[in-house]
Design a protein around this ligand. Structure first.
Ligand SMILES: [Zn+2]
Length: 147
């Protein structure tokens, strides 16, 4: 850490603690725990589906690289790919709502999408995720050449 010169020890202490608080805030913003995820799902279900979608478990998984989320309606369990961590909250909320909706309607028919219309950022979140997938498919930039 670079500390500006000519700070008194007290100033320096204060400055360091402010920086550490900032870092901690960024960290917690980036990593939502399983408990927070379950809480969020409950809040979203209440807000958009009248609380009808009631998952028994909601958690992050790291073994899911081709799908953003999945659910097992028979068990009421929802899993979200860890790849969503660090994405905007409205995107995570969309994936949560998508899986919550599957607890009510299987498949992706008109009834399913009608449920998701209640969430105002469905289209935006889908666009964001499509962009991420497209970017993943781009060829990697060549390493800087010498000469
Ligand atoms: Zn789906």
């Amino acid at each position: 850490m670079l500390i500006p010169a000519r700070m008194s020890e007290a100033e320096e202490q204060r400055w360091v603690s402010v920086m550490l608080d900032k870092l901690a805030a960024q960290e917690s913003k980036r990593l939502l725990g399983d408990a927070e995820l379950a809480e969020r799902a409950e809040r979203l279900s209440l807000q958009y589906f009248g609380g009808r979608a009631r998952p028994t478990s909601v958690r992050w998984v790291t073994n899911q690289n081709t799908r953003w989320g999945s659910c097992t309606p028979a068990e009421g369990s929802i899993r979200l790919s860890h790849r969503l961590q660090g994405m905007p909250e409205y995107v995570i909320d969309y994936v949560l709502l998508h899986e919550l909706a599957h607890l009510l309607v299987p498949g992706h028919g008109p009834r399913f999408w009608r449920l998701l219309e209640a969430y105002p950022r469905t289209e935006r979140a889908r666009g964001y995720l499509e962009g991420v997938v497209a970017a993943d498919r781009l060829p990697h930039l060549p390493a800087a050449r010498e000469g």
